[in-house]
Design a protein. Structure first.
Length: 453
């Protein structure tokens, strides 16, 4: 019988410097976020090291004493080892990585690695790695690669330092002028690759715009985009509203690619719902820029569902981050409904009711719900449909028997309130967009004109 071998968990430490202008609450929220990012990446965070300083250490981010403390922990030199979270095997553990809650320079990362004795990943590198693993579409993969190459380029010099003189010089004799260094060659390759990827993204963007235009031409402009902080429950809500099997995972950045599905049960007009990449505080600017196209659905939508995790004590910070990013991409003028999700995660029924009253008084017209409760989803579904039906009008249409091929168009673009018929044709009482009703009227006239000819 073959013995099953259990894979060892990847263990990590979190290290962070609290600057004077950062409050304790904001600092702890950022640390919690980094631990969640680590979890998404497959790490168990067993210990957190924090330090208050006026600024980051130029040499290695943390102060000398804190670096020594981490080194002793990593190398099992501490007399009393205390874990924030015990590793799976308390008698046999090894720290794989130190995760730093800021973006640090290549030299700081290299020096810190040398001193503590294990790999160091800063916040940006953690997020990039998550993006790299989760990207599925061609566009998302290309955007991730651009961001990773941009991050790597300034770090090549540090890699060259570690390689020594032999690693730095590629060819030629007599010094630098005689040949191209590995670092220069690699940088040139990176620049060429980024330019190539940017051209690919432009081509894909043109293709996506064409597809969206065709889709909007067929379906009208009834597009809803789910936006909000990562892990606020957007994908769960997407699945509930559309009846589709989209990825749902309790991880940050589980969704990187935009998914579009029809609202279910279907309504008149037919409404398309899209999920978008989640926002996060301190997301590096380069990543915001490279992922801007994944938020294009928010720009094209005529309604935004701003999904907020009601169970998170820091939801106001999440709300601010989303508002800032929407403003950056020019989507702050799009009408929106604030959806406070995960209310079922807030204590007992009394606590939930109290929070709901507080939220509705602070944010009028918001929806407080759980995406796991069918009655809550039905309530939100109704509110979405009402938004699109608010400008609809009632009208009567007469369809002669010789124009019955247009019956399907009436049912597809309008809500039929009543239908009667006589020997000349069918009479419809309908409710729909004025433009749709006018188009149907013209089609009936045109059909009659063709028949008379």
């Amino acid at each position: 019988m073959q013995k099953e071998v259990k894979e060892r968990s990847n263990l990590a430490l979190v290290a962070a410097v609290q600057l004077p202008n950062v409050s304790d609450a904001e600092f702890e929220a950022s640390l919690t976020e980094l631990r969640e990012l680590a979890k998404t990446l497959g790490y168990d965070v067993v210990k957190t090291f924090v330090q208050k300083r006026a600024g980051f250490d130029i040499k290695a981010y943390l102060g000398e004493g804190k670096r020594e403390e981490i080194r002793a922990f990593v190398n099992h030199e501490s007399y009393e080892v205390e874990f924030d979270k015990a590793p799976p095997n308390i008698n046999d553990w090894e720290i794989d990585t130190v995760l730093v809650d800021h973006e640090i320079s290549p030299s700081q990362a290299r020096n810190l690695e040398k001193e503590v004795g294990c790999e160091v990943m800063d916040r940006t590198m953690v997020i990039l790695e998550i993006f790299h693993r989760n990207a599925r579409s061609r566009a998302a993969r290309a955007q991730v690669e651009i961001a990773r190459l941009g991050y790597m380029a300034p770090r090549l010099r540090e890699a060259a330092k570690l390689a020594g003189p032999q690693g730095r010089q590629r060819s030629g004799e007599g010094g630098r002028g005689a040949g191209e260094s590995h670092t220069e060659l690699d940088r040139r390759k990176i620049r060429d690759r980024i330019a190539e990827l940017q051209q690919d993204i432009l081509a894909m963007e043109a293709e996506r715009k064409t597809q969206r235009a065709r889709r909007q031409e067929r379906q009208g402009l009834a597009g809803v985009a789910l936006v909000g902080y990562t892990n606020a429950g957007k994908s769960t809500l997407m699945r509930a509203l559309t009846g589709s099997e989209v990825l749902v995972a309790n991880k940050l950045f589980a969704t990187l690619d935009t998914t579009v599905r029809a609202l279910y049960p279907e309504s008149i007009p037919r409404i398309l719902v899209s999920d978008t990449v989640g926002f996060i505080k301190n997301l590096p600017h380069g990543l915001v820029a490279s992922f801007k196209s994944t938020l294009d659905e928010a720009l094209d939508a005529s309604l935004l569902l701003h999904v907020i995790d009601a169970s998170d004590p820091g939801f106001e910070r999440q709300l601010e981050v989303t508002n800032e990013v929407l403003s950056e991409i020019g989507a702050d003028e799009v009408p929106r409904i604030r959806v406070f999700n995960k209310i079922d995660f807030v204590g007992d029924a009394t606590a939930q009711a109290e929070l709901e009253i507080t939220l509705q008084s602070r944010y009028p017209d918001c929806v407080v719900m759980s995406a796991r409760r069918p009655e809550d989803v039905a309530m939100l579904h109704k509110k979405i449909v009402e938004f699109y039906q608010q400008d609809q009008v009632e009208a009567e249409l007469f369809l002669p028997w010789e124009a019955q091929q247009l019956r399907k168009d009436i049912y597809a673009t309008c809500q039929v309130l009543a239908e009667t018929s006589d020997h000349e044709g069918a009479f419809f009482k309908v409710r729909g967009e004025p433009s749709a009703i006018n188009k149907l009227t013209e089609s009936v006239k045109l059909s009659q004109g063709i028949k008379s000819v």
